[in-house]
Design a protein around this ligand. Structure first.
Ligand SMILES: NC(=O)c1ccc[n+]([C@@H]2O[C@H](COP(=O)([O-])OP(=O)(O)OC[C@H]3O[C@@H](n4cnc5c(N)ncnc54)[C@H](OP(=O)(O)O)[C@@H]3O)[C@@H](O)[C@H]2O)c1
Length: 283
């Protein structure tokens, strides 16, 4: 086994790709897991291997992809009705392959009683990782910035059951920076057993987001709060499958204070952070 080999799943995605570029720039030895070779990031001249697997359900190919690695960065899969089963299969494959540590891309507010379906799913995955006996770190990211833009309807209205709650949405680049810092920290056990909320620097209401979007796009964008019941009903009317009805519907509750990912990003340059040779491909 190569203790320093890091496997990155979901490497064709927005987080995985950004992370791969950063790890390559730091000279890390990494193996990128993709579902199709032509979607793998190209990082010539770096210590990057590619593994192909059709998905987390395919235990054999996942086990092969993980074999020989010390650490797996597990990107949560795209939302499906039984995503937790897929995640559990990937975790089990890592255990079988002899991996020592998992850094899992979770979600803020992961809890068994979360109203938001996906936060419950992430909690269930976290529990499975805890029970696996592997060393672990959970990166619980907040909503991605670009997701907020996609909430704007064709009529320029953001609708959702957020009330006047605040969200400290985070950029993909910031999440990748935090992941890089955690994965390459020379203090070997510094992040073991830890769960980090990964947020943007400020928390804002959806009404404030609408104002900013109006200002930057020149189009009038407004926010109309829904009740949770109205939000569920709107998803039914879109023809969404039942498991999707509750996705994105989270009861309004006071937000925790925003914790800046910028602050955590300093980790990358902190005394314990491992600086390695620069490779090509940083963007
Ligand atoms: N925080 C948020 O606001 C938020 C919003 C949406 C989603 N998420 C979660 O965060 C994850 C990462 O975000 P992202 O923006 O990087 O997503 P993304 O661009 O959609 O990338 C997802 C990556 O995971 C791979 N993948 C998806 N399902 C898989 C499965 N069942 N087995 C193996 N690989 C699978 C995809 O492979 P392909 O390229 O082959 O499809 C892709 O490489 C998402 O997958 C989702 O779980 C978070």
């Amino acid at each position: 086994m190569d203790d320093e080999l890091i496997v990155v799943t979901g490497a064709s995605g927005r987080i995985g790709r950004r992370l791969a570029v950063r790890l390559a720039a730091e000279g890390a030895h990494q193996r990128l897991v993709v579902r199709a070779l032509d979607r793998a990031p190209e990082l010539p001249g770096t210590e990057t291997e590619i593994a192909i697997s059709p998905g987390y359900r395919d235990v054999e190919s996942m086990r092969t992809a993980f074999t020989g690695a010390g650490t797996v960065f597990l990107v949560s899969g795209r939302e499906t009705a039984d995503r937790v089963t897929e995640h559990r299969a990937a975790v089990d494959a890592a255990v079988d392959a002899g991996v020592q540590r998992i850094v899992y891309l979770s979600f803020m507010g992961a809890a068994p009683d979360a109203t938001f379906t996906f936060a419950r799913d992430h909690w269930a995955t976290e529990e499975h990782i805890r029970a696996s006996g592997l060393r672990f770190t959970f990166l619980r990211d907040c909503f991605y910035h670009d997701l907020l833009v996609r909430l704007v309807g064709d009529d320029g209205v953001i609708r959702g059951p957020a009330g006047h709650g605040r969200v400290a949405a985070v950029a993909h680049d910031d999440v990748a920076d935090v992941a890089t810092a955690v994965l390459l920290d020379e203090r070997v056990h510094a992040h073991d057993g830890r769960a980090y909320d990964v947020t943007g620097p400020t928390a804002f209401t959806l009404g404030e987001a609408a104002q900013v979007l109006t200002h930057t796009t020149g189009r009038t964008i407004t926010y109309e709060p829904q009740t949770v019941e109205e939000a569920y009903a709107s998803r039914v009317s879109f023809g969404a499958e039942p498991w999707r009805w509750t996705a994105g519907c989270r009861r309004t509750r006071p937000s925790p204070p925003a914790r800046s990912s910028r602050r955590r990003r300093r980790c990358a340059g902190c005394p314990g952070a491992r600086r390695r040779r620069s490779g090509s491909g940083w963007r």
